[in-house]
Design a protein around this ligand. Sequence first.
Ligand SMILES: Nc1ncnc2c1ncn2[C@@H]1O[C@H](COP(=O)(O)OP(=O)(O)OP(=O)(O)O)[C@@H](O)[C@H]1O
Length: 622
Amino acid sequence: MPHAFPYKKPPLASLASYRLLSGFFLCFRPRSMEKLLKNEANHVALTPINFLPRAAAVYSDRLSVVYGRTHFTWRQTYQRCCRLAAFLQSLGVSKNDVVSVLAPNVPAVYEMHFGVPMAGAVLNTINTRLDAGNVASILKHSEAKILFVDCHCVQLAAEALNRLICEGKPLPLVAVIDDLEAPTGARLGELEYEGMVAAGDPAAFPPVEVRDEWDAVALNYTSGTTSAPKGVVYSHRGAYLSTLSLLLQWEVGSEPVYLWSLPMFHCNGWTFTWGMAARGGTNVCIRSPTAGDMYGAIADHRVTHMCCAPTVFSILLEAGPGERRPLPGPVEVLTGGAPPPAALMERIQGLGFRVTHAYGMTEATGPALVCEWRREWDRRPPEEQAALKARQGISVLTLADVDVKDEETMASVARDGITQGQIVLRGSSVMKGYFKNPDETAAAFREGLFWTGDVAVVHPDGYVEIKDRAKDIIISGGENISSVEVETVLYRHPKVAEAAVVAMPHPHWGETPCAFVKPRKADDDGGPVTEEDIIAHCRGSMPRFMVPKRVVFMEELPKTSTGKIQKFLLRSMARGLRSAERGPRPQGGAAAPVCKVAEVGRHTDDSRAHVNEQVVMAMSRL
Ligand SMILES: Nc1ncnc2c1ncn2[C@@H]1O[C@H](COP(=O)(O)OP(=O)(O)OP(=O)(O)O)[C@@H](O)[C@H]1O
C-alpha cells in the first residue's frame, strides 16, 4: 500500500535560504561516499544455490533428504549436486540452456534445483499430470536440451517425444531417473540419472559461479487455469529474495522436517526447495500426496512443516481409518494456490495442523501475500479466526508494493473491505517475464506494475481479501457476485466436501450462480444431501440474488494438474444446463459441452480419467 507521510510545508523565505545553502554545499561536497566501491568481497550476486555449500559446511551430517529407506546428509547432497552439474557441463550444457525434468517429488528433482543452475543452466520442472501433448508443447517451447524422466513417467515422455519427432522438432537428450527404493530398469535412451551423478567430475567441471543475479535460474509454466500455460522465468535474485522472505514470514526456524506434499514442479515448491538448504532442514520426499503416505510420513519422520493446495485438506480430512495416524506434534501447514474455505481450515486445524494462508502465483515466484497472524486475533471465536485466516493477507517482504487498484482510474481502492479492484504487485520477486512471449509480458507489466488478474478488496487493517479471479466473477442483474463468497458459505454445510460456483446464463438476470458440489462421504446422519438442502442453507446466509439457482452433485470436481478446480469446464456445463432448462434436456450429453470435456481429457492419470467420466456422466444427467 502507498504510505502517507505527514508533510508540513515550510515558509517560503526559509525554503529560499535552504536552496541557496544546499547549492553551496553541493559544490564542495566531499566525494568520500562515492569512493567506496563494490568489490568481490562486498558485492556477491544473490542466488539461492549458495545455500547449498553453506548447508554442506554447517549442517554436514544432518539429514538432507529422506525417501523411503534412502537417506542423504547435506554433505552428500552437495557432492551429488556438484557431480550432476559437472556431468551436465561435460555434455555441453551451458548458460541459459534449459534442462527439463518430468518427475514427482523424488530426491533427484530436489538435487536438480541446485545441480542444474550450478551448471549455469535453467531448470524447467514439468507437471507429471499433464498429457503428452502438453508435455510436448513445453519441451518445444522451452527448447529443452536435456529431459530427465522419472521411471514411472517413461510412457508419457515417450509419447511426448514422438510428437516432437512427428513435427520434425529437435529432441532433447533424455535421461531416466530410476526409483532409488524399487528400481524398475526403465530406460529411454542411453543416460540414467544415478550413472550421471556417479560419473560427474567436479574437478574437471567445477560449479559455475553466478556472476549476474539477473541471470535465469528457473522456467516454470503456469497452471493454464484461465488460458494456455505461459513460461515464467525467474532470476537468481528473485528466487533468493523470495526464499528468504518466505522462511521469515512463515517463521521457519532451523532444522525443520519438511514433507513434500506440494509438488516441487509447482513454482519450485514455492521456493522451499532452496529454503530447506538455507535452514538445514530435512526434505521428506513422497511420490504423491495420498492420505496414507502423508499421515505415514508425518508420524514416521516427525514432520514439522508442509505446504499444500487447499484440496489436500480434503484428502487429509476424508482419510479412511486405515490411513489416518495421530500427529506426533503440531504440523505447520502453508496453504495457497486457490482460496482455502474457512470451514475447511477450521476442520483441518481441529486435527492438529496449524495453518498459515498465502496467496501467490507462478509469476510472483510463489507467495505474494501471507496472512500473517495477529496475536490479538487469538481471543476471537474459532469461526471468526478461520474467516480472518481465509483472507489472503499482506505483502511478502520482497515486494516493494502490493496494491488493489481500479483498472480504469488507476486509483487505489478504499480500505473498506467493500470496494473491489485488481491486485497489482511491484518488487524483486516478480518474474523476469514470459519466455518468448513479449506480448503477454507487456500486457502483464503495465504502468510499472504487474497485474495479477485477481479481484480483491482491502480491509481497514490493510489485509487483502480476494473476491474472485476477474474471469470468474458472476454478474447478475448488474450486481457482481463473488463466486468465492458463495463457495465459503457452501463449505459451511456439513455434508459438502468440495464446492465450486460459476455463472449460469439467465434470460432475465444475464447470469446467476450455479453450484457444483462434491458431497462428503456418506455417514449415518440422515441420508444424502439434496439440492433443496443446499439452497435452503444458502438462503440463510446470503442475499437472495447470490443463492445458487441450481446445484449439481459430482463425485469429483474437474481439476487442473495443480489441483485447481477447472471453472471454465463447469461454466460450459452450466451453459448446457441453462439451455436444457429452456428447451428439451439433452439426451446422453449435448454435443457442444461434450466437446469441452475433451479438453479435460488432456490429463492422463487414472484419477483424472475418473473425473472426466464423472463430468461426462453429470452432463448427460443434466
Ligand atoms: N490463497 C489464494 N486464494 C485465492 N486464490 C489464489 C490463492 N493463491 C493462488 N490463487 C489463485 O491462483 C492464481 C495463480 O495460479 P498459477 O500461477 O498456478 O496459474 P494459473 O493462474 O492458475 O494459470 P493461468 O495463469 O495459466 O491461467 C492466482 O492468480 C489466484 O487466482
